[in-house]
Write a protein that binds this ligand. Sequence first.
Ligand code: IPD
Length: 296
Amino acid sequence: MAGSESTPDLQEIHDFLVDLAFKAGKTINSALPTVSSTDSKKNSSDLVTEYDRAVELQVSTALKEKYPEYDFHGEETYDPAHPLTDAPTFIVDPIDGTTNFVHGFPSVCISLGFAIKRTPAVGVVFNPFTQTLYSAIRGKGAYLNKTTKLPLKGANIEPLQGLSNSLIAVEWGSDRSGQNFETKVRTFEQLGKSREEGGAMVHSMRSLGSAALNLCSVAAGTLDLYWEGGCWAWDVCAGWVILSEAGGIMVDGNPGEWTAKLDSRRYLAVRGSPNGEGQKELVEEFWSHVQGRMDY
Ligand code: IPD
């Protein structure tokens, strides 16, 4: 086991997290959530089930036993008095896509990340409904089901060709009033609207209902871009390494902010492209369509 002064063994951590994700996946698959037995947190669209809490306990117990020297930052036990620090930290969403989970919509995952100095270093995202595993270690590439390197088209991935040729992901999130909601809704309209009327007219918009799975789809290259405000470090930490290792980039969701922070709660992810061609241009084009600013 690594001491607190030693460099974390990222491969060992990755392998442990993959194993843990499979075990937690069994718990998720054996659950029977119902809408009527589901609790809400901030409002009626911000859901949590007994299974979110049980899976987080399962994961945190295993991590604290194996790696007592590293911090733990999990969605269901988050305490605003203890924000993310620079220390090596496991950043965990036990069930990302809780709304899907409650409704039985099969876009659900466990998201297990490990960050050092608030930079994602290991990411494991596992959808137990579809048995799909995405994983990455910083500097070692990103993989689907351990063996297929991402992006899926490899060196044959097409160069990005602007927003009007893009399939993108956005999310409604759980804030349904105020400046952040307004910014999102007006931006969605702008993204969909015809170019003759000043819009971006993207090919279309998707909402997988899980930030981690949106990021993994951008990493895979099946989505060109993902924009969201309101999600948290545990939603994006694991997916962020997978994205970066697949050649994608992450910037802030607010226009002009090229450096995204793990806990900024605003994110814009763009997929890989040969030699990064068109990535910055796509970011700037997207930002030019954002209607207002998010103040998370
Ligand atoms: C949510 C999902 C959703 C995103 C929300 C997140 P949860 O996480 O990732 O896609 O729009 O911002 O909070 O609550 O299902 O763990």
